[in-house]
Design a binder for this molecule. Structure first.
Ligand SMILES: Cc1cc2nc3c(=O)[nH]c(=O)nc-3n(C[C@H](O)[C@H](O)[C@H](O)COP(=O)(O)OP(=O)(O)OC[C@H]3O[C@@H](n4cnc5c(N)ncnc54)[C@H](O)[C@@H]3O)c2cc1C
Length: 461
């Protein structure tokens, strides 16, 4: 597809839709919106625009449609697969100024949000009402970006992913039309489920300008436990055992010895060495949780756990989990000269022990720095292997390893991406994962965006 570049006249006309101070074609604004947190190469857009309303977005997209210019939505740019990189240039719509909480209906457990709301800020606001929005990707992320990638995180095992928390959307389509999809009822059998076609579509079908999200009551009490094991496989069996026993953990995370070493070094703490499982539980009372952590210890010991440490209460939970929550950022910070490639496969939970053993064994074939960690409770595995940016052979090793792991996950009935999205990096696996149904995805894309202006170059190989 041949797109038009933004010229001075376009910039002036787009500036008249918003306000001259909310559009920039300047070098630094464009550079800041040329790459996300992945190692994919940067592409500089022609202009960055900061809209304030659905109507402004509609007018901008309608203009871009007429002039055949790409439009890429931008939340915080924290994606890990190049999802918001404007690979064909054009307009980047930055939603950081469209960040109002429009309504909180606590009696319905719902909130109406603009796309630029950051989920941590939302949870801070909701705390006083005893509610929260559960999906928790590790980075500061916007609701629009989380919807774009169907983000999830450590709490998915109990509460589900972003997809499970979106009830209604207001969307600007590729020709500038505004539609509302979904409703505010907690159940519905009414027609095709368009909401969930948009969730996870990475801004390729429409631009989200408002969302109604489901909220959840904050549990009364929390507890956490960390158990170390002689091997990754034994740790994975304990994860399966905890799920099987119906203990309903809030989070169930796996960390390899390399991750444990990094968090101990960076945070000056010593929790456990060797492969470890971090479990978080929540419930109505401390006595309920005291029983739960004892039961979880029995399961861990049966699976060979060498050390088990548990604590009841929010402070103890926070102390034990702080290490886990900052892991992603610690890895990025510790290796500035290396290319970060993260596998994000997910498999059925019964396949988790085989998948983690495979990823562990494959990663040990290289001497490059590597970190294996996992949202184990939902079978989602991240392996970060770091090659030096200027060593082609190291980068090739990392890519081949990534490829072997993705192929194995698909063979086990899983997926190339559990939560980061396809973006640029996982496009090559789409044919293999989806077979003939990829063609139906293409047709859906063609129906919603016939000119292909919305976030071009993503998802499809
Ligand atoms: C250290 C670190 C840890 C992370 N851990 C996790 C994790 O545990 N789980 C996880 O899921 N992710 C994780 N991520 C990835 C990332 O934070 C999430 O994918 C997040 O949802 C991206 O949100 P964002 O606001 O940065 O969106 P962006 O990266 O800006 O955009 C994401 C996608 O959504 C589209 N988009 C943005 N706004 C809109 C809109 N209004 N309408 C339509 N499309 C839109 C974009 O075009 C893009 O395709 C991590 C990232 C980092 C750096």
């Amino acid at each position: 597809m041949e797109f038009n570049e933004i010229n001075e006249r376009d910039a002036a006309e787009l500036g008249a839709i918003v306000a001259p101070q909310r559009i920039s074609c300047g070098e630094s604004s464009c550079a800041l919106h040329s790459k996300d947190q992945s190692s994919h190469r940067a592409y500089v857009p022609g202009a960055v625009i900061w809209p304030l309303s659905a109507e402004e977005v509609a007018k901008i997209v309608s203009y871009a449609c007429d002039r055949l210019m790409p439009v890429t939505a931008w939340g915080m740019g924290s994606s890990l697969e190049g999802n918001p990189i404007p690979v064909c240039g054009g307009i980047v719509l930055d939603f950081s100024m469209m960040n109002r909480v429009l309504a909180i209906r606590h009696e319905d457990f719902q909130a109406d949000l603009e796309p630029g709301v950051i989920y941590q800020d939302l949870n801070e606001t909701l705390r006083h009402q005893g509610l929260f929005f559960p999906p928790d990707p590790g980075a500061r992320a916007t609701i629009g970006g989380m919807i774009g990638n169907n983000a999830s995180g450590s709490r998915t095992v109990r509460y589900g992913a972003t997809r499970d928390h979106i009830m209604r959307l207001k969307v600007v389509l590729a020709d500038g039309e505004i539609i509302e999809i979904g409703n505010r009822a907690s159940k519905s059998s009414s027609g095709y489920d368009l909401v969930h076609i948009f969730v996870g579509s990475e801004g390729t079908l429409g631009i989200v300008v408002e969302a109604t999200v489901k909220l959840t009551p904050i549990p009364a009490e929390f507890s956490a436990a960390v158990a170390s094991f002689p091997s990754a496989e034994e740790a994975a069996s304990a994860v399966f055992g905890i799920r099987r026993a119906g203990l309903d953990p809030v989070a169930l995370e796996f960390l390899s010895p390399e991750c444990m070493e990094l968090v101990s070094r960076e945070q000056g703490i010593s929790i456990a060495s060797g492969p470890a499982v971090f479990a978080e539980f929540a419930g109505p009372s401390a006595s309920y949780l005291a029983e739960t952590v004892v039961y979880a210890e029995e399961i861990c010991r049966e699976n060979g756990s060498l050390k088990y440490e548990a604590g009841i209460g929010r402070d103890r939970r926070d102390k034990l989990f702080r290490a886990r929550h900052s892991l992603g950022e610690m890895i990025i910070r510790s290796h500035p000269d290396r290319k970060i490639m993260t596998t994000d496969v997910a498999v059925p939970i019964s396949m988790f022990p085989s998948m983690i053993a495979f990823a562990d064994a494959e990663s040990r074939k290289t001497s490059l720095p590597r970190y294996l960690f996992s949202h184990a409770g939902d079978g989602n595995i991240h392996l970060v292997v770091l090659g030096r940016k200027d060593r082609e052979s190291e980068i090739r090793t990392v890519e081949e390893l990534n490829s072997r792991i993705v192929m194995k996950a698909i063979e086990l009935g899983g997926t190339a991406t559990g939560e980061h999205g396809v973006g640029i990096g996982k496009r090559i696996f789409m044919e293999r994962e989806h077979g003939k149904s990829l063609e139906w995805m293409r047709r859906i894309k063609g129906l919603f965006d016939p000119k292909g202006i919305l976030n071009p170059g993503k998802i499809f190989p």
